[in-house]
Design a protein around this ligand. Sequence first.
Ligand SMILES: C[S@@+](CC[C@H](N)C(=O)[O-])C[C@H]1O[C@@H](n2cnc3c(N)ncnc32)[C@H](O)[C@@H]1O
Length: 229
Amino acid sequence: MTESRNPGGERNLSTRLRTAKGRSTASQKWLQRQLNDPYVKAAKAAGWRSRAAFKIIELDERFGLFRPGQRIVDLGAAPGGWTQVAVKRAGERGKVVALDILPMDPVPGAITLQGDFNEEAAERAVLEALDGTADLVISDIAPNTTGHNATDHIRILALVELAADFARKVLTPGGAFVAKVFQGGTERDLLNALKRDYATVRHAKPPASRKDSAEMYVVAQGFRGGAGG
Ligand SMILES: C[S@@+](CC[C@H](N)C(=O)[O-])C[C@H]1O[C@@H](n2cnc3c(N)ncnc32)[C@H](O)[C@@H]1O
């Protein structure tokens, strides 16, 4: 498997849809964007299951997240792009446990679990599979939106908080937590908690994250210890 570090660098011939008849404008726009997206092409060429793989690769390049031998938990992992990157970076001595609410094709070298992270049973299953502490918790969880902004916002916040609580439980001192957040960053109370628990807390929007999407990532590094430590 090869990694393309510069997906925008390849020849960028745009693809026009010839079979637009019968498609709704929204799905046609989505398809057109997919076909012309250099990250989609590069992900396919590199064997990553999703273009999202480039987001964690870019975050790693900027923040130095991965090391060989790490124990990693990947939340909201399907279809498995981040999981593939984590397995590759952690190497044979590492351990990767991945969870999604949706079924996910197994990723060689990782333990993949299906469950709703809102439910305790899913957290228990991850803890059981991990069987010890973690060095890195990465969460790309994005709940399905309802279209009702306030409800969506609350559901997103709740999941980020759950992921942060989980990280606090399992991380070893010095460990790191990365999570997708929306709408201008991490909510104030959570941000304060992260600043208390980690040496550095930063926000980043990796280049692979679409400019028109509100997503960004919080990257908390240097866990000061606690229940996990
Ligand atoms: C953006 S995708 C993750 C992409 C992934 N990082 C990759 O590289 O392939 C977000 C995922 O979060 C999952 N998700 C949403 N709500 C969840 C929940 N309550 N528990 C577990 N997974 C959830 C979705 O099913 C979806 O697969």
